[in-house]
Ligand binder design. Structure first.
Ligand code: DC
Length: 224
C-alpha cells in the first residue's frame, strides 16, 4: 500500500523552540520541514521592497498578488522564490521583523498563505511550524503539537539567538517585543494563536531540545 502523506503541526508562541524542534523532527522522520512564518515574512519583505507601507493592507495585498511565487524543496525544507529571488536572511532583518505581525493580521494575506501551505503536501510528508497549523491549515491532522515555555525563558532564548546572530539587542527590549508579539498573535481576529482541539501540549521550559524532539517523534510513531 502507498505510504500516506502525513502532516505534523507544531504550533506555539514566539521563541518557544518550534523551529529547532520541527527541524529535528523532520530530519529524524525524513519529512520536509516548513516554516510557515517565513511566508508571512516573505509577503512583508515583498511589500517593503515594492515601496508599500506595511500598515496599508490594500498596498500589501496588491504587492503580494502581483508577485510571482514558486515553492520548491531544497535540503529537506520547503522554500519559495518571489519574482525569481529567494529571500532567506532578508526575512530575519529588522524592517521585516517589526512589520510582520501587522501584515499577518490581514485576512487576504492569511488566505493566500494558508492555501499555499496546503499545496506543499504535494511534495510529501511535512513538519510544519506556525501559529495556526493545527487549528486552520491542517485541522484534520492527527499529529498536532502545541509547544510552549515560560515567557522569561522564551525571551532569553530569543535574546541569545539575536546576540549570536550579531544583533545589538538589550534583554529587556527583547522581552518587551516578545510580549507585544504574543499580544498581537493571540488577540487578532483572524486565526489567533490557540491550542488546536486535540493538540498535544508540551511545556519545554525545563526540557532539552532532544527531549522535545523525542516526545513528538515517539507520539507520531506510536500513532502510525
Ligand atoms: O514564527 P515567525 O516569528 O517567523 O512568525 C512571523 C509572524 O507571522 C508572527 O507575527 C506570527 C505570524 N504567523 C502567523 O500568524 N501564523 C503562522 N502560521 C506563522 C506565523
Amino acid at each position: 500500500m502507498l505510504e500516506q502523506v502525513k502532516t505534523i503541526a507544531v504550533d506555539g508562541p514566539s521563541a518557544s523552540g518550534k523551529s529547532s524542534v520541527s527541524k529535528g523532527v523532520a530530519a529524524e522522520l525524513g519529512f520536509i520541514y516548513v516554516d510557515s512564518g517565513a511566508l508571512y515574512r516573505g509577503v512583508t519583505w515583498q511589500a517593503i521592497r515594492k515601496g508599500a507601507d506595511p500598515q496599508d493592507a490594500k498596498a500589501v495585498v496588491d504587492a503580494m498578488h502581483a508577485a510571482d511565487w514558486h515553492f520548491f524543496v531544497q535540503d529537506g525544507a520547503a522554500i519559495f522564490s518571489i519574482d525569481g529571488d529567494v529571500p532567506v536572511q532578508e526575512l530575519r532583518e529588522k524592517d521585516v521583523r517589526e512589520a510582520v505581525a501587522d501584515v499577518a493580521v490581514i485576512p487576504e494575506v492569511r488566505t493566500f498563505v494558508v492555501e499555499s501551505l496546503r499545496t506543499l503536501k504535494n511534495f510529501g510528508s511535512l513538519v510544519m511550524e506556525g501559529r495556526d497549523i493545527g487549528s486552520v491549515v491542517f485541522p484534520d491532522s492527527p499529529y498536532k503539537f502545541y509547544l510552549d515555555a515560560d515567557p522569561e525563558e522564551r525571551a532569553m532564548r530569543r535574546y541569545r539567538e539575536l546576540v549570536a546572530a550579531g544583533e545589538d539587542e538589550k534583554a529587556h527590549e527583547v522581552m518587551e517585543s516578545l510580549k507585544k508579539r504574543d499580544q498581537i498573535d493571540s488577540t487578532r481576529k483572524t486565526d489567533p494563536l490557540v491550542v488546536a482541539p486535540g493538540a498535544h501540549k508540551i511545556d519545554s521550559t525545563s526540557m532539552t531540545l532532544d527531549e522535545v524532539i523525542e516526545t513528538i517523534v515517539g507520539a507520531v510513531k506510536g500513532n502510525s
